[in-house]
Write a protein that binds this ligand. Structure first.
Ligand SMILES: Cc1ncc(COP(=O)(O)O)c(C=O)c1O
Length: 364
């Protein structure tokens, strides 16, 4: 029998999301009745960008590999982020960014610190590389326990991962906390900013003065391009040099590169989408707060975490799913007991969810 590495045998794999057609089939729904409020993606389809792609499609040289340096997109990203193009690496989504970082810095015998609960792929990618994950629980209000994190550092600690805004809790890592960690820890500090556009707070400003910082971002959330798979890493020269030894030469398609470049020409549209989502997030938060038996947590992302106080989250999750509303059930995690996470969608979808939830909570 083929025999995988020990790290793979020991791995608790990432829980893959059920596809919409399967949910529709299971609950006897039409596929268009299924609303994904569990993936933290955008409800807006970038139709114009797709049209402009379709016009240029026949000129795209799919018989050739992409420009492996991804220079065009890196230059556009440099304009957007104010980070020099040579300090930016384009990746196949933020997940590949996390993988490249782990491949570069993690191996058996090394440790990775996570502030939990957080995005689960950070653990998976670290463990695939044979690293030992040290989970430092967040405080009851979900803020990062920076004292605890620094106390957990050992000589073999390779990476401290932060996620800001944190998935699934929605809160930010305050800049002074990050600065303290960057100064007291000599290894790599990674900040996953997948939801950056919804809050506008970034660690990227600290890059010029901190050689042990890497910032990860994605086009999957605010930019409406989850299916195109484009992400990027920003880091200083030394870290970038190491990451470049590891990154695969051609992990992005010419189609995805073209879509991301088009997206960066339409920042004002993205700003408008972000504004709408943020307004909706605040409205949904207020409406949830007004419901008996629901405790929503404030969020800086495009999602909200809520704890159900008098109903079983698992049951409510199933009942919503039967009606085509798919939320993320997090209640098996002891720190997120009886919690569900919902992605902010269009006003119509959000209202549909609020109505259903209200009905279920009052048992009508
Ligand atoms: C915090 C965080 N990082 C990374 C990702 C993955 O992003 P991508 O689609 O770019 O791989 C997600 C997706 O949900 C996320 O929540």
């Amino acid at each position: 029998m083929p025999y995988p590495r020990d790290a793979v045998l020991a791995l608790e794999p990432y829980a893959w999301e059920t596809p919409s057609w399967q949910i529709a089939r299971q609950y006897g729904l039409r596929p268009e009745e299924v609303v994904r409020m569990d993936l933290n993606t955008s409800p807006y389809t970038p139709v114009r960008w797709l049209r402009s792609l379709s016009r240029t499609l026949t000129g795209i040289r799919v018989n050739e590999y992409p420009d492996t340096s991804y220079t065009h997109l890196r230059e556009k990203l440099s304009e957007y982020t104010n980070v020099p193009a040579q300090d930016i690496m384009v990746t196949n989504g933020a997940d590949e960014a996390i993988e490249i970082i782990c491949k570069t810095y993690v191996e058996r015998g090394r440790e990775v610190i996570l502030s939990t609960p957080t995005y689960s792929y950070l653990r998976v990618a670290s463990e695939i590389m044979g690293g030992r994950v040290v989970a430092v629980p967040r405080r009851p209000d979900f803020s990062d326990d920076v004292d605890g994190i620094l106390a957990a550092v050992k000589p073999n600690t390779s990476i401290i991962f932060f996620c800001s805004p944190n998935n699934p809790t929605g809160n930010l890592l305050p800049a002074p906390s990050l600065k303290r960690v960057l100064e007291e820890f000599r290894g790599l500090v990674v900040v996953d900013e997948a939801y950056y556009e919804y809050c506008g707070q970034t660690a990227a400003d600290l890059l010029p003065n901190h050689r042990n910082l890497a910032v990860v971002r994605t086009f999957s959330k605010a930019w409406s391009l989850a299916g195109a798979r484009v992400g990027y890493i920003m880091a200083g020269e030394e870290v970038m040099e190491q990451l470049n030894r590891v990154r695969p030469p051609n992990s992005l398609s010419v189609i995805s590169l073209s879509l991301a470049a088009t997206a960066l020409d339409h920042k004002t549209v993205v700003k408008m989408w972000v504004r709408k989502i943020v307004e909706e997030r605040e409205r949904v938060f207020r409406e949830l707060k007004a419901l008996d038996g629901v405790e929503p947590y404030p969020s800086e992302g495009n999602f909200l975490l809520m704890r159900l106080q008098s109903h079983d989250a698992e049951k409510i999750h199933t009942e919503l799913m039967r009606r085509g509303l798919v939320l993320r059930n997090l209640s098996s995690n002891p720190q997120l007991r009886n919690c569900l996470r919902l992605t902010i969608s269009t006003r119509r979808n959000n209202d549909r969810l609020l109505r259903r939830l209200r009905d279920l909570l009052t048992d009508r």
